[in-house]
Ligand binder design. Structure first.
Ligand SMILES: [Zn+2]
Length: 180
C-alpha cells in the first residue's frame, strides 16, 4: 500500500464531492467515517481475521503466556508483565507487578527448572557452580582424610599384628634355638 489510509479516504471523499454526491459542508463527516472504515478494514487485514479494534490486542495477550520461551534470549529476559528486558528477572522487579518468581512462573506456565535469567547468565551461573563445587568438597575431604588416616593404622595394625608377631616369634625361636 503506497498510499496512507488518510490519503485514500481523502481521495474517496473528494471524488464523491466532485461527483456532487455529497455536499462540501458534509465532507468533514464523510471523510472521518470513510477514514474509520478504511482503518477498520486495514486492522482486519493485518489481524488476519474479522477481529477489528479490540480483538487483535486481546488475541496477542492470550498468546503471550504460551510464548514464555520467546521472552528468554541469549543476553536478555523480557518481563512478560511489562515487556522490559533484563539480564535476570529479580524478585525486586517482579514485586513491582505484585508477583514473585513462583507466581510469575505459575502465571506464564514456566517450569520451575527454568531460571528467570538470560541464557548467557544461566550458563555462567552453572559454570560458577561447577567451579565452586570442588571448593565445597575440599574441606569435607580434608576432614575425612585425617579420620581415615587415624582409622587406617588402627586397622592395619590389627591386621598386621598376627602376621608381624609370627615371624618375630619364629625368629626368636630360631635365635633361641641358635643360642642353645
Ligand atoms: Zn516487568
Amino acid at each position: 500500500m503506497s498510499q496512507t489510509i488518510l490519503e485514500m479516504a481523502k481521495e474517496l471523499v473528494l471524488a464523491q464531492v466532485q461527483a456532487q454526491q455529497i455536499a462540501p459542508e458534509a465532507m468533514k463527516d464523510v471523510l472521518h467515517s470513510t477514514y474509520e472504515t478504511l482503518r477498520g478494514l486495514e486492522a482486519a487485514e493485518a489481524g488476519g481475521g474479522p477481529g477489528v479494534g479490540n480483538g487483535a490486542p486481546a488475541g496477542l495477550e492470550a498468546q503471550a503466556p504460551v510464548d514464555w520461551k520467546g521472552s528468554i534470549s541469549k543476553n536478555t529476559i523480557r518481563c512478560l508483565e511489562c515487556g522490559e528486558s533484563f539480564k535476570q528477572l529479580s524478585l525486586r522487579h517482579l514485586s513491582t507487578h505484585g508477583l514473585d518468581p513462583r507466581s510469575y512462573r505459575e502465571k506464564y506456565n514456566i517450569p520451575r527448572s527454568q531460571a528467570l535469567s538470560a541464557r548467557s547468565v544461566t550458563a555462567r551461573r552453572r559454570e560458577l557452580a561447577q567451579q565452586i563445587r570442588p571448593w565445597e568438597l575440599a574441606p569435607s575431604k580434608t576432614q575425612a582424610e585425617p579420620a581415615k588416616a587415624a582409622a587406617k593404622p588402627a586397622a592395619s595394625n590389627g591386621a598386621a599384628k598376627p602376621a608381624a608377631t609370627k615371624p618375630v616369634a619364629r625368629s626368636r625361636v630360631k635365635k633361641a634355638a641358635a643360642k642353645a
